[in-house]
Design a binder for this molecule. Sequence first.
Ligand code: GCU
Length: 329
Amino acid sequence: MRRLLFFCLLTSLLTCAFLMSPEPSGAQQKISLRLATEHPNTTPSAKSFMYFAEELARASGGRIEVLLFFGGQLGTHAQLMEQAKIGSLDMAHASPVHVSAWLPEYSVLGMPFLFRDRPHAFAVMDGEVGKNLFLLLEKVGFKGLYWHDAGSRNTYTKSRPITAPADFKGLKIRVQNDPIQIEAFKALGASPTATAFSEVYSALQTGVIDGAENNATSVKNMGHFEVSKFFSLTEHMRIPDIFVMSLSAFNRLPADLQKAVMDTAEKAKQFQRKAWLEAEKADMGFIESKGMKINPVSDKRAFVEAVKPVYDKYGAKFGDLIERIRNTR
Ligand code: GCU
């Protein structure tokens, strides 16, 4: 009798414990993935990561949780890519220049005036060129998740607007650390200075640089509007960011979770693009309302002419890829 009572008590305790458990039965196997970017949590890309994390938790039935690290908490974009490459970080976001040391083809995306417009850039990224570039990533330790819209890049300066290439003369302009982008700004007549994204604010503030170049959304979200005055619409480059997973982390996932990651990435890509479009217009208005002077550039041809030496220099090395990009409709 005693034994029976003990057995009944034990069974009901176990049932109770099971019912009260907040996690599914596979809770011990929950996989935590760390995702990091240098962007603060206010950008369209950052918002797409929040969406990605939520959607992936749902699509994986709670088996995956994505831990988000914004604002360079885990390092600069270059450092994040290094970490993801060796597998000490699971997911990283950056400009493609940060893989160009391993895959020089990625530099090509920074060729000046390469993309005709946004639809052209999307057609390239979503088409054969973008897919092949993502496949290349797998050779060096990454799984490509999705391309981000990062708009077109413009020039912002402290002392004078840029209306013609001659205005660049003598100005130290921050660029990303990539040979093509450095070359392009030399060709325009500036003194290019490679600086990490998160260091641009203080470089502008202290006068280490006289200007920088980026989209209005970065100027807003990184606070650069506080330390520069003129935003000139040079629209010289359109460089989509990449979001990658460490290949070792991806390969460790069972096939169904790999699929959940890729399906969710596709949804988050759409989310990011929509969020980008909404932000882009608003952010231009925002920086203007904070006192920046928006300076239209009427003669784009002068800039296109000025960067021709960059095409002469890199044409032989990357001509085929440039051609395929140009021919994408
Ligand atoms: C863009 C991009 C960033 C990038 C930055 C930069 O704004 O979205 O991810 O790092 O440019 O110039 O470094």
